[in-house]
Design a protein around this ligand. Structure first.
Ligand code: GLN
Length: 487
């Protein structure tokens, strides 16, 4: 097996047993990046020297016989919207093309504390707005399973990096599905923790009531390990929850006997036939493993996408107001007045999708429309949350397709509305602030398909257990795409 194909927990074992050094491991991944990055384009910024220096430190610790944390010396990229001190963090926007943060995001600080090795910053849709990475100012990433297809988004670079062997694992962020959907399109594991489980300090704010950071990994065990490090209260983020953080690796138990799994009928409408076949096979597998399948209804699901495209742009328009050409990033030099400078800087600094959302958001927040749109959307959001609360009186977890379709070709060019509709299965989870995980459950004509498990608030343990049990009973997570002329 190639070193770059290892999971983080496998790599940790090899490091501890001194079968491989952290520098060797890092070099193997850097070589892999050298071989396939031109096809995949998972990264926007690479930090080869920093990664090797960090790896050498971990090797020194091992040589001295000091214990190392489970993620020490084995790491990948973090999404390009999560701040890293001294390392260019662009949010894949022209407006921040050369932005170098002066501090680390909370999650990065915690990971650095564990001795993790940073390889670079992965590609994303500009400001995390999109589902394909096509809105990135630096150009799209490609799906390692089918280079002519999208890797999903917005954390498409993070998912593509994991599956192509350009990282052992990565971080992503999820506002409406951006961890789970690319994990599903690329055939890896992605978990969006409960809203507030992980501090968002240092992660660029898109829609603050929805954003959450989480891991993208090769398997469920790695997801649990990353959560162990990144979860917990942070004084810099008032929405981060002051609750006990369990040891998530305790959820890695193969047992779903008696677990009640709900299938919400609204999530199964309008699905691609091949996706349906894979997801229904997963349902059958759970039944064989002893789970009880229960038909349920989440009646307000049909409104989720509509209200997301009111609430998320509204919050984005407020959050992105700070990019005025004065304090951050790109500034037009020709303007003759301050208002003109701000207006032109924004027009030139932001891409079409970001501008569309700022305009939409400004509109729904303006006086006269606030009650009609924003307030109404917030009321419907409560109805969606209540649907889940009702459902969880009957079931322990909810199972759905992660996305109604598998990855598609760039040339299939979808209009913005059709792309927005793809999030119908992921957005309700953000609306209700729940944890959700996507795990590989098959292939649709050679393209990966993911199944989503949604948990109760703060009940990551149960979805991790259910995901782990399924994963261990199947082989999908062991398959890697062949790239760079590999056999
Ligand atoms: N695809 C969704 C959007 O474009 C979700 C993005 C996200 O989760 N960051 O808004």
């Amino acid at each position: 097996m190639n070193l770059y194909e290892l999971t983080a927990h496998e790599a940790h074992e090899k490091l501890v047993k001194k079968e491989v050094s952290s520098v060797e491991l890092t070099r193997a991944v850097l070589d892999r990046i050298g071989a396939v990055e031109k096809d995949v384009h998972a990264y926007v910024t690479l930090d080869e020297a920093g990664a090797l220096a960090q790896a050498a430190k971990v090797d020194a610790m091992i040589a001295e016989g000091r214990p190392i944390a489970p993620l020490a010396g084995v790491r990948g990229g973090s999404k390009g919207n999560i701040s890293t001190k001294g390392l260019r963090t662009t949010r894949c926007s022209r407006s921040l093309e050369n932005f170098i943060p002066i501090y680390d995001a909370h999650v990065i600080e915690k990971l650095r504390g564990d001795g993790t090795v940073f390889l670079g910053k992965t590609n994303l849709d500009e400001f995390a707005m999109g589902s394909t990475t096509e809105t990135s100012y630096f150009g799209a990433s490609h799906n390692p399973w089918a280079l002519e297809c999208v890797p999903g988004g917005s954390s498409g670079g993070s998912a593509a990096a994991v599956v192509s062997g350009e990282a052992l694992w990565t971080l992503g962020s999820d506002t409406g599905g951006s961890i789970r959907q690319p994990a599903s399109f690329c055939g890896c594991v992605g978990i969006k923790p409960t809203y507030g489980r992980v501090s968002r300090y240092g992660c660029v704010a898109f829609a603050s009531s929805l954003d959450q950071i989480g891991p993208i990994t090769k398997d469920v065990a790695d997801a649990a390990l990353v959560l162990n490090t990144i979860c917990g209260r942070d004084v810099h983020d008032s929405t981060s929850l002051d609750v006990e953080v369990p040891d998530f690796t305790k959820a890695l138990v193969q047992d779903v006997k008696g677990l009640k799994i709900g299938l919400p009928k609204e999530f199964f409408a309008g699905m691609d036939e091949d996706v349906k076949t894979c997801v229904m096979a997963a349902v059958k597998k759970y039944e064989e493993l002893g789970a009880e399948i229960v038909d349920i209804s989440l009646p307000h699901t049909e409104y989720a996408v509509t209200i997301y495209y009111i609430i998320a742009p509204a919050e984005a328009s407020a959050n992105l107001a700070r990019f005025d050409g004065v304090r951050y990033g790109y500034r037009n030099q020709e303007a003759t007045s301050a208002p003109e400078m701000t207006a032109i800087s924004r027009t030139e600094g932001f891409g079409a999708e970001v501008r569309r959302r700022i305009m939409l958001g400004t509109y729904v927040l303006s006086s006269g429309y606030y009650d009609a749109y924003y307030n109404k959307a917030m009321q419907v959001r409560t109805l969606i949350r209540r649907d889940f609360e009702e459902a969880y009186k009957k079931v322990d977890v909810i199972l759905t397709p992660t996305c109604p379709v598998p990855t598609f070709r760039y040339t299939d060019k979808m209009d913005p509305l059709s792309i927005y509709m793809l999030d119908v299965t992921t957005i309700p989870v953000n609306m209700a602030g729940l944890p959700g995980i996507s795990v590989p459950c098959g292939f649709a004509k050679g393209k990966p398909v993911g199944v989503q498990l949604i948990g109760k608030v703060l009940d990551e343990m149960t979805i991790l257990r259910a995901a782990y049990t399924f994963e261990q009973a199947t082989e999908f997570h062991k398959q890697f795409p062949r790239l760079g002329g590999e056999k």
